[in-house]
Design a protein around this ligand. Sequence first.
Ligand code: ATP
Ligand code: MG
Length: 264
Amino acid sequence: MNTHATDMTATTTPMKMATRDVHVFYGKKEAIKGVDIDIDMDNVTAFIGPSGCGKSTFLRTLNRMNDTIPSARVTGTITLDGEDIYDSAMDVVQLRARVGMVFQKPNPFPKSIYDNIAYGPRIHGLATDKAELDRIVEKSLQRAGLWAEVKDRLGDSGTALSGGQQQRLCIARAIAVDPEVILMDEPCSALDPIATAKIEELIHELRGKYAIVIVTHNMQQAARVSQRTAFFHLGDMVEYGETSELFTNPKEEKTRDYITGRYG
Ligand SMILES: Nc1ncnc2c1ncn2[C@@H]1O[C@H](COP(=O)(O)OP(=O)(O)OP(=O)(O)O)[C@@H](O)[C@H]1O
Ligand SMILES: [Mg+2]
């Protein structure tokens, strides 16, 4: 049950994704207890909440990554441009290109920098020849703010980059297949403050080009990078609204307790 959805009609922009009454079970355990959320194109959405509240679980429902966990079961409705992503007609490989994901720990493939980026476009047949693939690789690395650092070493292994560079490589890899939504699960938690600042800057630049959802434990980060924040607690989405409003004037006591550091 979700009785706390914040009324955001005043600032409504086109919805990219919408979830209705989404529940996730791991075996008998209910990890997400009925979440309704609308994710628009123009804003970065942050998911916050104490450890174990279901942020990653819910994020994974948005591109069906939970399909890879045998005990996980998802109910309810999730749409992308109005299309039910759990419909049997949905091509999951295609879906995960449209809704890309960046993980907590950078996970470049043990391949060259070039091949890390070219991998998706090759699978999806996005380039007709080598020149076009080169252009996609360059553009993706440019967008991810990594081009200047790697343009002379595209043949080096992706795993030989620094942690922050690897994370930008993973973002470039997601971008390369021309996604509509990018999901990031604590993308900076393994990075130092300088690399973190670069990723945050990048999120600002990507805003509006893709719908972006970021899970973060860091409330300052949520305040810096997002315009919408959803607060999760024990599988419920307790509150969802404009980031500035949620942090300065939360409607729910649980949100207030969390953002003032009373628990979590
Ligand atoms: N693969 C799994 N199998 C069984 N239970 C799981 C699995 N993944 C998560 N859970 C459980 O679901 C609940 C939500 O976990 P989830 O990882 O989504 O939380 P989270 O908010 O992302 O936490 P954190 O901030 O620590 O990453 C927890 O109780 C967790 O133990
Ligand atoms: Mg998590």
